[in-house]
Write a protein that binds this ligand. Structure first.
Ligand SMILES: N[C@@H](CCC(=O)N[C@@H](CS)C(=O)NCC(=O)O)C(=O)O
Length: 210
């Protein structure tokens, strides 16, 4: 049985955002059953967990003694078993990988840098001063993304792929930054039944801990 590591509990602002959601969503798209391995507070820093995830983060993916960390790598690994996530056509597959990496490497860092200013450093003067610049940079990336999306349903055209899955999880970190086109795109991605099941599963695990 596949297991996915997740935190047993996080503060409300992070619930629904923790990155095991990406893996749960990919598994739901692929129709692959899994169970969550819930980490107690501090467990991510134990030597046993660090041996599996060097940075002490979630998620990790475990199956038959094999372990993977990094949500993007895990989603690609799951995609090997799902044409919904990674199309068979080699060119389309390469473009799906391209968009997944663009989401993680060219968009997420800027949105995340902005999000942490309010989430973790809200009262600090340096964060107040940093915010306009960080917001301008994030918006620049989002404007370019929106222009490229244009009138396409998904990043590579008519079909949802692993690239859309990861991009959607990045965009929903700060939905208030999205223009109408990106907001509609995000809604298109997250109205998929597989996303709803994944989100319900993550939230369900938190509610059991409450
Ligand atoms: N690049 C990693 C990031 C994972 C990550 O940031 N996980 C967060 C939860 S959303 C975490 O475990 N944070 C605890 C920490 O960094 O100590 C991935 O995509 O898997």
């Amino acid at each position: 049985m596949i297991t996915v590591s997740a935190f047993r509990w996080v503060p409300p602002f992070a619930q629904g955002q923790v990155r095991d959601l990406r893996v749960r969503w990919a598994l739901e798209e692929a129709g692959m059953p899994y169970r969550s391995r819930l980490l107690a507070a501090g467990e991510q820093d134990t030597p046993a967990y660090r041996a599996l995830q060097p940075f002490g983060q979630v998620p990790i993916f475990e199956e038959d003694g094999k372990v993977l960390f990094e949500s993007g790598a895990i989603v690609l690994h799951i995609g090997e078993r799902s044409e919904v996530l990674l199309p068979k056509d080699p060119d389309a597959r390469a473009r799906a990988v391209q968009w997944l990496i663009a989401a993680l490497n060219s968009v997420e860092p800027h949105i995340q840098n902005l999000a942490v200013l309010d989430a973790f450093y809200g009262g600090e003067e340096w964060a107040r001063l940093r915010k306009p610049g960080a917001e301008a940079f994030a918006k620049r990336r989002l404007t370019a993304l929106s222009a490229n999306l244009d009138d396409k349903a998904y990043l590579d055209g008519d079909s949802f792929t692993a690239g859309d899955l990861i991009m959607a999880t990045v965009l929903r970190i700060m939905p208030e930054l999205l223009d109408e086109r990106l907001a509609a795109y995000l809604e298109r991605c997250t109205s998929r039944p597989a996303f709803k099941r994944a989100l319900d599963a993550q939230m369900g695990d938190f509610s059991q801990a409450a």
